[in-house]
Ligand binder design. Sequence first.
Ligand SMILES: Cc1cn([C@@H]2O[C@H](COP(=O)(O)OP(=O)(O)OP(=O)(O)O)[C@@H](O)[C@H]2O)c(=O)[nH]c1=O
Length: 627
Amino acid sequence: MVLSPVLGKLVSKRVVLASASPRRQEILTNVGLRFEVVPSWFKETLEKSSFAAPYEYAIETAKQKALEVANRMHVKHLRTPDIVIGADTIVTVDEQILEKPVDKQDAYRMLSRLSGKEHSVFTGVVIIHCSSKDNQLETEITDFYEETKVKFSDLSEELLWEYIHSGEPMDKAGGYGIQALGGMLVEYVHGDFLNVVGFPLNHFCKKLAELYCPPLKHTIQHIKHDSIPSVDTFESLSDGESESSSFKEHKGAIKLDSPSGVICNSENSSGVRTGSVVPLENQNGVSDSAAKVPSKILDLMDGFRASKALFVASKLKMFDHLKKKSPLKAVDIANEAGTSVCGTERLLDACTALGLLEKTPQGYSNTDSANTYLASDGEYSLHGYIIHSNDHLWPLFTHLESAVKEGSRQNHRAFGKKTEDLFNDYYQSQEVKQRFMAAMHSIARLTARDVATAFDLSEFKTACDLGGCTGALAHELIQIYPNMKVTVFDLPEVIANTSCFQPSEQRVASVTFVSGNFFTDDLPEADLYILSRVLHDWPDEKIHILLKKISAVCRPGCGILLAEMLLDDEKKNGRTALLQSLNMLVQTEGKERSGSDYRGLLEQHGFSKVKIKLTGNLLDAVLCVKI
Ligand SMILES: Cc1cn([C@@H]2O[C@H](COP(=O)(O)OP(=O)(O)OP(=O)(O)O)[C@@H](O)[C@H]2O)c(=O)[nH]c1=O
């Protein structure tokens, strides 16, 4: 990947964003960084007058936010993160620091000060590298700030109040959001736009490049003093693992500053190569046509081949063999897996090109990602979900065309039987049941931390995870909220098979398993009801039945926590969630919904204060409280 090798250095690290700001999450998610969001509880109350310059205040606040999270995660015996990122954005005008307005009057005070003038927006950023020595947290802190100048037009009273009543100013420094309605107030911006939005991405990448990729001697002349190292410098650092499809479109179209070459695409179905710098004399006319190659479309055409290569390598346990011993030659792996040598070699080579394996003259080895996510014993292994995708979703997706024509699920076509109840199918054979539970478990393990920390849930003393399956989320919750007791409520055939998914060393006593059907049986009492990947299985009518039932047993102050992939309101961005909605079409009567859709459903049953959090992980979170 040309653009993201610096971020790629963070792939195998546990990165935490210590910020509740949805804008920061979005900026970092958009560039393919994988991170957990753990909002800081640090109160922004440092004495401003004790700082010589406003940026010092922003940096110190960012530092305190990040340190609070690093300490909390360490002290609570959670896995200490590798890196915590904190940020603080402030606006300064007439030597005054403006933070987020406390009420509409305060927003009016701020915006009228900014009217017709130039002001500065500073974001202080802190990157903390954490380690644990003798149970003590050790930190190495890197900080920086970015300043952007913004000028507002003269704002009339009417405009000011209309803007304030839109609600947009309230959670934003200086009382405006340049990325939305607030953009209409702005005459000019000098500097990094994203810095105003809340995170100076360019400067952040430079810092990472400084920290992780000190320039090699022979490339120094390519790096302008004030720029992110130019793409040919990144090229030599690129590790296939960091490849993310959202950047691929740029490939083949980018001409390097360096006179020595052009970037073209590695072998795809059109026979055009990608990813390497090709000297001019070797181009064979590729450079002219490369700009015209529709890389994104070609990648999509290849998408099913790549998925299937991953599925088959997982099914044949190749990542497990390589985790046990590596490097291994194709012939050794073929012997282990009982497969042909020529077929195995092609599969391993394809997996190497997909960035899942590394290949040297000594043989093949797993990448760090493959060890973590693809080997079946990895802590965050996706093996269960991959096998479910291969054995269950793949056949269903071959009938997508019928699903789209008919607007309904295709279980009868894929598996030759009509499904009256989705889960009947899953649970009638032991093998299918185990496979489905392993799939749900792997997604739950991967997302549980982000869901559990999306909001401060410490006020809820008891929780009931309806359809909580193996209890993965329940176990995460009691780690983070040690005083919480969690009941996992699921069908008897699920509860009977949870034992092999239980953690060995945790305080298991705080998690209780109760069997029942949430549509037909009484619900256990709880302060907080959790529905993780449940509502997306059902049409609105069924959701109303369930929410009505939960509402009836909820006392005022009790809550519901939803964990779902949230669609954007316009249903046009976020391909994972939109593809997941197709996934629901082929196998259920349900669908994915937006945060506003869920808000609407919840409010009809007396739940209010609906808060929506995009976590940057596969599942987002929605919290609401019964009034
Ligand atoms: C000027 C401006 C600011 N913001 C937001 O203002 C918040 C600043 O507050 P903070 O204290 O730095 O962050 P926070 O939101 O309280 O989150 P946290 O990091 O948890 O303290 C951040 O959200 C920014 O995006 C915009 O979205 N657009 C703009 O044009």
